[in-house]
Design a protein around this ligand. Sequence first.
Ligand code: URA
Length: 442
Amino acid sequence: MTQFTFDARGPVSRRYDAPTVIRTKRDGGRLSDAAIDWVIDGYTHGRVADEQMSALLMAIFLRGMDRAEIARWTSAMIASGVRLDFGDLRRDGKPLPTVDKHSTGGVGDKITIPLVPVIAACGAAVPQAAGRGLGHTGGTLDKLESIPGFTAELSNAQVRQQLSEIGAAIFAAGELAPADRKIYALRDVTATTESLPLIASSVMSKKLAEGADSLVLDVKVGRGAFLKTEAESRDLAATMVELGRAHGVPTRALLTDMNLPLGRTVGNALEVAESLEVLAGGGPADVVELTVRLAAEMLDLAGIDGCDPAQTLQDGTAMDRFRALVSAQGGDPQASLPIGAHSETVTAPAGGTMGDIDAMAVGLAVWRLGAGRASQGERVQFGAGIRIHRRPGEPVAAGEPLFTLYTDTPDRIPGAMAELDGGWSLSPVCPPARPLIIDRIV
Ligand code: URA
């Protein structure tokens, strides 16, 4: 049924059509508030077709949007669905603080998996609306669904119950910002992911609709990030912090390095396995450092002091919360994780030191192995991915394994090898260490 939105000049839908909106942006114009409301509402309800939205997204990708357009686009996406509110949740008679974090997308970025249970173990609650893989980056939902039985399709009632009982729920956005869900899937297959306005509005529409009291953003910088320059990432962080504030949600951002993949694994189930190592008190130093640092920011915003995030990883309390979360969402925390049936290992042609590893090359290789999607709705391979045996600066002997590639479909291996080729080097000297946390934007 056609829905009409009215303003002072009459029914908005009579004044707009998709070709005119696309042409306005294609030719470098501004989209009015009413045009944005019309196109988001029309796409959500099927009156604007996929091909029309694809063309508009490409026009936005090429022409950009100003801050006011981004703010309206974000508000229109929030208005496309429901907005959750956990303000009435109590624990021990006191209000239960809710806080969340979201990353702008990285390679090997599994941080949500250990981070959410750390926050729950410290006494705050995390209502996390998470996403699927986008372009060369992985998605938390695809990773967690590699756990046999795990479901991200939760009712709002179940989210509330988990927040009260466990302190965490990780779920598909569902009724939250459904316009983002459709646009996100379209961006993934139309080469329109790397756009500041589209990333900012996508992240913030989901996060503001999910109803957390406060928010921490992990904004990636470097080769494996969607935006390539530090200046663009700073602008993205500042835009999102401002959007959060404008909607009454205290928001902070950390700018973090994404030139190298995080940790030693990239790919859905491989990353869950590495997250379990972190929750067991071990795991790669960079994954632990970023988890603990983001947790400190979240706990500060939630008003919780006296809880050491690193201690929850050592004493098993975060692991207990993770197992409870997986069980509550239908998963078997004891089940073995899938691994690709076919593998191939790249070995060192000579001795030396591992040089730089290009996160983009690794991300694209993992995508080619089947961990991501090339068309809408495609099933991902849970067992596809890459294990990184030597990180930059580690010594290497001739013939030692450097990378192992996994997939269920061996014909994908040559394409993945081609992406990886040139994305790493052996070096006679140690490459300079990069700080993982670059800046904090408040
Ligand atoms: N995460 C999102 O939710 N959307 C993006 O566009 C990028 C990362």
